[in-house]
Write a new protein. Structure first.
Length: 197
């Protein structure tokens, strides 16, 4: 009869435990799932843009909400990348390109509003946000939480407000909180601006 090798007390905690069916099919200890899906194109002419639904499911305690869904434009992804690049100590991955050639006015196709291009960009944005959000240091950044879970209105172009004197290119676009929400911090704002309702 063969004897089972004895487990040394120093390695006892490393001894494998038989996996049960509940262990095999239970949710993972920690997970973060982010999907970029359902692109929608809005507007006409020069005011045309595409936004994407960003869905988050997680059980990580650092996130305030376990499930959330927001809509984000490409410029919102650029804002997130710029904030992380400026504020964090991580190497931020690249975004899918701007596709300048697709924006030329004499193109025969839809350019950046072509279904194939939108799907290609969607995949690139999904890869970008999953790489960023999967980094432990990035998960501590307020801008990532704001991007993923705060119901923030789309980035607006302040040049549309003639009462504001916008001279600096850096001050031309801001994130504005959705109705009935307070902006918990300000970016690039030198003074408080009040917009008419």
């Amino acid at each position: 009869m063969l004897e089972q090798p004895s487990v040394n007390s120093a390695t006892q905690r490393l001894a494998p435990r038989r996996q049960t069916i509940e262990d095999a099919y239970s949710p993972p200890a920690n997970f973060l799932e982010i999907d970029v899906c359902r692109p929608l194109t809005h507007g006409e002419g020069k005011n045309r843009y595409t936004d994407y639904e960003v869905n988050v499911r997680t059980n990580l305690p650092i996130f305030a909400l376990k499930e959330s869904s927001v809509r984000r434009r490409y410029s919102d992804f650029e804002w997130l990348r710029n904030e992380l690049d400026r504020e964090s100590k991580i190497v931020v991955p690249r975004l899918p390109g701007k596709a300048w050639k697709r924006q030329l006015p004499f193109r025969a196709d839809e350019g950046i509003f072509d279904d194939d291009f939108i799907e290609e960009r969607r995949k690139g944005l999904e890869g970008f946000i999953n790489k960023v959000a999967g980094h432990p240091l990035a998960q501590n950044e307020r801008c990532l939480h704001m991007f993923l879970q705060d119901k923030i209105s789309l980035v607006i172009d302040l040049k549309r407000f003639p009462v504001l004197d916008v001279q600096n290119e850096l001050h031309e676009r801001y994130l504005i909180p959705a109705k009935n929400q307070a902006l918990t911090f300000a970016l690039w704002i030198d003074e408080i601006l009040h917009f008419p309702q």
